[in-house]
Design a protein around this ligand. Structure first.
Ligand SMILES: [Zn+2]
Length: 272
């Protein structure tokens, strides 16, 4: 069985392509220009990664993990077994994750190295979906796991709404042309909910048409961009008066802080 190859997105010094896994996960691969090496982000399953790298004749440079959930980490051990134990695995300092060789503690600039490749990135702590959640900015590409999705955000499993709010704000403040690579293809279902929360958002309506066509062609709707999410993602609009009105109507209560509005918006989506 051969893995489906999706188009790559070009950045200045690397390209990015997804490997589909499970029902709706993307394992993003970062291939530095003029190399046959890839860094993979959140390999929940090793099998499609091994297949794709073989198919494209690429070698594994290293692994990045955003958070401890199994659908993001479950393939690490098998990849290490297959490609060699020296393969570096960067990720949260969380003993619940097998195979992390380089735990990352502090936000800031990092130079990741493996035997054959280097990757310079900015690390952000983005708790909310989980407490250990990290996001990686490499040049103008953001890998944010399950923190932000196109037109949505991750569920609050471990963190507070206040934590998620500040994590989403970190993403919103990145340069607008930053490309966003979340770990799931949730776009169409997120857009359905977003249209309930923001029925008058024209940018949302026109993007929803575009996303439907993209999915009909069985292509990823990702990457998104910071500019697009600022326009269409209700979870980034918790300071917007129009969203305040819709939430007040839905919950029959006035939420007077942006954090409370984020919490209520998330709960509404959870129950949809
Ligand atoms: Zn998760």
């Amino acid at each position: 069985m051969s893995a489906i190859q999706y188009p790559a997105t070009q950045h200045r010094n690397f390209s990015v392509f997804p490997i589909a896994a499970f029902n709706d996960n993307y394992i993003w691969c970062i291939q530095p220009s003029a190399t046959t090496l890839v860094w993979v982000v959140d390999p929940g399953d090793a099998v499609p990664v091994i297949e794709m790298l073989k198919q494209k004749q690429l070698q594994l440079a290293g692994i990045l993990i955003t958070h401890h959930h199994r659908d993001h980490t479950g393939g690490v051990n098998q990849l290490l077994h297959h490609f060699g134990k020296q393969t570096p695995v960067y990720g949260p300092d969380n003993p619940a994750i097998d195979g992390i060789s380089h735990p990352l503690h502090e936000e800031g600039q990092y130079q990741l190295t493996s035997d054959n490749s280097e990757l310079s990135l900015q690390l952000y702590q983005v708790p909310g979906h989980t407490l250990d959640h990290l996001a990686y900015v490499i040049d103008d590409a953001l890998f944010c796991g399950d923190t932000l999705f196109c037109a949505g955000c991750g569920r609050l499993f471990e963190g507070s709404a206040a934590q998620l709010y500040s994590s989403l704000q970190k993403i919103a403040k990145l340069p607008q042309d930053t490309k966003i690579y979340p770990a799931h293809e949730y776009t169409l279902s997120n857009l359905k909910f977003a249209a309930l929360a923001e029925p008058d958002n024209q940018a949302l309506i026109s993007f929803a048409e575009q996303a439907q066509q993209t999915r009909q062609l069985q292509l990823p709707t990702l990457p998104s961009t910071v500019a697009r999410e600022l326009a269409i993602n209700p979870f980034l609009h918790c300071d917007d008066e129009r969203l305040v009105a819709v939430l007040t109507q839905h919950w029959q209560t006035v939420a007077d802080s942006a954090v409370t509005r984020l919490k209520l918006l998330r709960q509404w989506k959870d129950n949809c």
